[in-house]
Design a protein around this ligand. Structure first.
Ligand code: ATP
Length: 668
């Protein structure tokens, strides 16, 4: 390492007293700028020697420097937190008055320099001597001293940094990407100058707490679970995937058009014919056209009398609402041995109807008749959630010139917690095509059906709408007046009194979905807020999975490369001898030892080390191509190879490209 000190060439340090030896020590010191750059831009003011022949000419030096010459004044943190020169007589250029203070990173916790850290751990063991100043080639790249300070203050392990970084200077935060292979070296070790300090350790991962923090645990209390999906979500998704891919071997159910692997979703033996006028069955099926899973609803013994009837489904295909089960197609088939009408809709695994959710028949003591419905009162917020969601569905449906026509508990699906979708849209439009009522009446009836639905759920009774007054009394006693008003509005006849134009003819205003939605706007706001909270949580979970999936891709590549005995010198053969295996030579050999280093470590007693943190740390550093060195030990323990992650990464990419090329050339 060069021992000479030159003036700072970095603009961000202009006007700052850079660390340099005191006055008389310069007389024998050759300017390092000349050594490094061949010249010194500050030759006329620089206190160092620029002419090699003048070295050791002490007398000359005396003439050029006197006590007023700027001297090295290391900054020290005073007890009041400000930076003071250690030398009492130190003279600082007046220009320095407006300059940002250069703050050695080890002193940041006590310095008054603005920091991105809102709170920093005051750990003594982080304190260390300020290292000697090493000129960087940052000219013109980091001209804003504050920008450089904020970047150097970047702490990937400190969640408080994240908060302030994101709110305060999001642009700067977004420029920090440890994965960028920056040819300028900005993302390399030179960028993170004081690499020995905790604060400037570069982030080799992006497990970054970006969303709402569900727990207030400090970092050292985190567990491996924090890196992956929450258990409940993982279980839920697994269950859904399992159910979605379930098939029944040797099933006797036929193939219907492109739909195969049918599984019946109706568990009840008795089918209710009252709603559609036909016995209906629901199946899960896979489409051979796109591989997706769909739901087929079959209406038995249906005879199509008009082509127009089935064409009415076209309008339903355009209704894409988050609270409506999307309709994809409708057709007739004889595959079941009769003439059946089939509706193809989205499939929502593990969903259940509101009947199953709220009116589940439970086994009760014999003196109660053996069976009874669950009697727990449904929270008001759940009822508002249903009103808002179905209100939103009806807005889309009515806006498309259609009516839902069937808003009943058995035809509303609960697809996840408190998330519902109308599930029998389009069916009555086809089966009752010939004797359909005016659209306005049907739309008004949708609102009445919605009122009845809420009344039934609030009363825990499927037949509550038949004793309307009694059920309303119960609702009035158990819930807020606002909910009662909303249900009353819905249950009113198709028209409500409006402003009369004359005393003899009172005007009746048509009741519609827009009026209803406007009336419960505050509930829409609250449902929107909770939905956005859920979205935030899911986004933060997704961000964690993003990191995990990145590491999976890395591991896949690594395993493609490691130990491929079948690939001899024919791959990358120019660099390996014909007799040796490809994956055992050259850079691939490092990767093999690296695999041992990551996964096969043993402790002092020879017991296997299974440390997730070590694995994640190593893999992330490999992915980032860090300059950090590691010692790889050969399996016979005779050789130690010291390599940087950057070198490993280069070998890793090269080896993988070799494989890809070899795969292509052999036509695989
Ligand atoms: N689109 C769908 N995605 C996933 N599952 C569905 C879908 N549609 C229906 N199901 C499942 O099929 C079951 C039967 O649906 P169906 O509409 O026939 O209800 P039901 O309770 O049998 O009503 P009914 O008494 O009128 O026959 C539902 O409970 C639900 O679990």
């Amino acid at each position: 390492m060069a021992t000479g000190f030159g003036p700072a060439t970095n603009d961000s340090r202009r006007g700052v007293s850079s660390p340099r030896p005191k006055g008389r020590e310069t007389k024998n010191t050759f300017c390092r700028n000349v050594t490094i750059y061949g010249h010194c831009r500050y030759e006329h003011t620089c206190p160092y020697i620029h002419d090699p022949s003048k070295l050791n000419q002490n007398e000359n030096m005396k003439k050029r420097f006197n006590v007023e010459s700027p001297s090295f004044t290391p900054l020290q943190a005073s007890t009041n937190g400000s930076l003071t020169p250690s030398s009492r007589n130190a003279a600082i250029s007046p220009k320095a008055a407006n300059a940002a203070i250069f703050t050695p990173k080890s002193q940041r916790s006590t310095a008054s320099t603005p920091s991105l850290h809102t709170k920093e751990p005051a750990l003594d063991w982080h304190q260390q001597e300020f290292q000697e100043f090493i000129p960087q080639t940052f000219d013109g790249q980091m001209v804003d001293p504050n920008a450089s300070a904020s970047v150097l203050n970047y702490d990937p392990f400190n969640p408080s940094t994240t908060v302030s970084t994101m709110s305060g200077s999001s642009h700067q935060a977004s420029t920090i990407n440890p994965y960028v292979q920056d040819p300028t070296g900005l993302s390399g070790a030179s960028y993170y100058q004081n690499t020995n300090t905790f604060q400037t350790t570069p982030a080799f991962h992006l497990y970054w707490p970006i969303g709402p923090q569900p727990t207030n645990l400090p970092p050292y209390q985190r567990t491996a679970h924090d890196f992956f999906l929450p258990e409940s979500l993982r279980e839920d998704l697994h269950k859904k995937t399992e159910v979605a891919r379930q098939i029944i071997p040797n099933s006797s159910l036929p193939l219907i058009e492109q739909y195969h692997s049918l599984v019946c979703l109706d568990t009840a033996n008795q089918q209710n014919q009252a709603l559609f006028g036909y016995q209906s069955w629901v199946y899960k099926a896979i489409s051979s056209k796109d591989g997706n899973t769909y739901t087929l609803r079959r209406l038995e013994k249906f005879r199509l009398t008009s082509e127009h009837a089935i064409r009415s489904v076209q309008s339903w295909k355009r209704v894409l609402n988050a609270n409506v089960v999307t309709v994809h197609d409708a057709f007739t088939t004889r595959a079941f041995g009769d003439s059946s009408l089939i509706f193809v809709t989205d499939y929502h695994p593990c969903s259940k109807s509101l009947v199953e959710e709220h009116f589940k028949i439970t086994q009760a003591p014999r003196f109660h008749g053996g069976r009874q419905a669950s009697s727990t009162q449904i929270p008001e917020q759940v009822l508002w959630g249903y009103l808002v969601q179905i209100g939103s569905a009806l807005k889309s449906i009515h806006g498309a010139g259609l009516a839902a026509r069937l808003i009943t508990p058995s035809k509303i699906l609960l697809t996840s917690k408190n998330r519902i979708r109308l599930n029998a849209c389009a069916i009555l439009d086809v089966v009752q095509y010939e004797n359909s009522q005016p659209l306005a009446d049907l739309q008004a009836d949708d609102l009445v059906q919605l009122g009845r639905l809420i009344l039934c759920i609030a009363n825990n009774n499927l037949n509550a709408a038949q004793q309307q007054q009694k059920s309303m009394d119960h609702l009035t006693r158990s819930y807020s007046p606002k909910l009662k008003d909303a249900v009353q509005f819905l249950l009113n006849p198709t028209a409500v009194p409006g402003t009369p134009t004359s005393p003899t003819s009172p005007v009746l205003v048509q009741k519609d979905i827009d009026t209803f939605i406007a009336g419960i706007a505050d509930q829409f706001a609250s449902v929107l807020d909770s939905t956005l909270h859920v979205e935030d949580t899911l986004t933060s979970t997704l961000a964690r999975e993003l990191e995990s999936s990145r590491l999976v891709r890395l591991l896949i590549k690594l395993n493609f490369i490691n130990e491929r005995p079948e690939l001899d010198a024919s791959v990358g053969g120019t660099s390996s001898s014909a007799s040796s295996a490809w994956s055992e030579t050259g850079e691939r050999y490092y990767l093999k030892l690296f695999r041992d280093y990551v996964f096969h470590q043993v402790d002092a007693n020879g017991h296997p080390v299974t440390n997730l943190a070590h694995v994640l740390d190593c893999l992330n550093k490999l992915d980032a191509g860090s300059e950090e060195k590691i010692a790889l030990i050969s399996r016979d323990e005779q050789n130690v190879l010291v390599v940087t992650y950057r070198e490993l990464k280069r070998g890793f990419e090269g080896a993988f490209q070799d494989l890809v090329k070899a795969g292509r050339s052999s036509g695989r």
